[in-house]
Ligand binder design. Structure first.
Ligand code: AMP
Ligand code: MG
Length: 419
């Protein structure tokens, strides 16, 4: 892979070796081959898994013409005027079909979901009919075929219902079960190991001493990984010590498909991750023309894919969403990765210097006139993690943007579309 010579400082505004976001994504996707091993599992366990094979419908759904309404099943030939009488000859319930004949001038009382009796082809809603003993009087005009749900109208026998490479969502579980299928083949779960680096970090449960902070990155990483449906392996906090970093990285790469670290990828005196990686694997250090999240390490340690994310809590989340998420989804064999962006009015003025792409944190909301708008979460420092909790979208500001006046049109990426 291409090597980049690190420049003196990550904050160097003149840095010409910075990689664009698209170029970084392309390099990452070039190194990633989807895993090809699969497992069979009951459909409930398949939620959030990626389908390994197409699901082909073994049956028609519905498997018979049935009624969409409670009412009367009639023969459309009998609709000779705008008011006519028919004789009720039986009742059809959902799950209990009417088995007799329906002759001219006759009808069957029918419930929603019941099989439409042979020779009948139209349903009259019960609100449009009056019954006196066995005589049913129907008023008004009713199109032939009204309120009939036809055989195979949802899914045809032999058709591809869901394609391989699809992430299964709740409606898919219903769809698969409507075909009578109990188990499916899915891509096996990815195993992702992660840890935080930094002498200043302590784990929750310990008492803070001067200069220490609680490790939060491991928890945001845990949450984002869980949402992606991967198996997580939390390797804890590793201090800035070469031997411990070397050992933890090697252990993690042995056990997982992907290893993710946070911190220590910048150019500080205690940023040892780089040195260890040069020993253990093939890893590039990139400076990306984005904010937050400029430094990023990416490569391989043994067979494991490695991501060295920056240490600042917001940078961790932004680089995870923008680079790690698409990479993991590709590795998992997910074929379609749509990220939705919307154009909306931003009611706040935005400060920005040109040169880097910015992911500012925003709040999408609906104003009193029913218009969708966005405002910012305020201060945009990369250490202000509360901005991520307050936000429900990223406001996307390209390299050239030099800030915006209030009520300008901006592109936003809703969080719900990210994972
Ligand atoms: P670094 O990239 O290691 O220089 O870290 C950059 C900033 O992020 C420093 O202020 C760190 O204290 C902070 N930081 C690094 N790792 C974590 C973590 N796991 N949780 C919270 N803050 C962190
Ligand atoms: Mg550090």
């Amino acid at each position: 892979m291409t090597k980049f010579t690190p420049l003196p400082s990550c904050a160097d505004p003149e840095d010409k070796n910075r990689l664009s976001i698209d170029a970084a994504r392309q390099r990452i996707s070039g190194l990633i081959q989807p895993i090809n091993s699969w497992q069979r599992c009951p459909i409930r366990d398949a939620l959030d898994h990626i389908l390994y094979q197409d699901i082909i419908s073994p049956i028609n759904v519905p498997s018979h013409n049935n009624s969409a309404m409670d009412g009367y099943a009639i023969r459309s030939d009998d609709m000779t005027s705008e008011s006519f009488n028919l004789r009720q000859v039986g009742i059809a319930f959902a799950g209990k079909p009417f088995k007799g004949e329906v002759n001219t001038g006759e009808c069957v009382r029918i419930m929603t979901g019941a099989v439409v009796p042979e020779k009948c082809n139209t349903i009259i809603m019960q609100e449009q009919a009056q019954s006196h003993n066995d005589t049913i009087t129907i008023h008004g005009k009713h199109p032939k075929g009204n309120h009939v749900r036809y055989i195979g109208e949802d899914l045809k026998k032999g058709s591809v219902v869901l394609k391989a490479g699809r992430r299964l969502v709740p409606s898919d579980l219903g769809l698969i079960s409507s075909l009578g299928i109990a188990e499916v083949n899915v891509i096996r779960r990815l195993r992702v190991a992660f840890f935080s680096t930094g002498d200043e970090l302590i784990s929750i449960g310990e008492v803070l001493q001067a200069g220490q902070i609680y490790d939060s990155n491991r928890y945001t990483l845990f949450g984002m990984l869980k949402r992606l449906g991967v198996e997580v392996l939390d390797m804890g906090v590793v201090p800035d010590q070469k031997s411990l970093l070397r050992k933890t990285l090697a252990d993690a790469a042995q056990q997982a498909d992907v290893v993710i670290t946070s911190g220590g990828v910048s150019v500080g005196d205690a940023d040892y991750v780089k040195e260890m990686l040069a020993e253990l694997g093939q890893v590039d250090f990139w400076k990306i023309a984005m904010r937050p999240g400029r430094p990023l390490a990416f490569g391989k340690i043994g067979n494991a894919i490695f991501f060295g994310l920056p240490g600042n809590p917001v940078s961790v989340m932004v680089t995870f969403y923008q680079f790690v998420t698409p990479a993991l989804r590709r590795l998992m064999g997910e074929s379609q990765q749509d990220t939705i962006t919307l154009q909306v009015t931003c009611t706040d003025a935005i400060r920005k210097r040109p040169g880097r792409f910015e992911y500012q944190r925003g709040v999408l909301y609906t104003d009193n006139n029913g218009q969708t708008k966005v405002k910012t979460t305020g201060s945009q420092g990369s250490g202000i993690l509360s901005s991520m909790s307050d936000a429900n979208c990223f406001i996307l500001l390209d390299e050239k943007c030099e800030g915006l006046a209030e009520n300008s049109l901006v592109s936003v990426q809703p969080f719900s579309g990210l994972i």
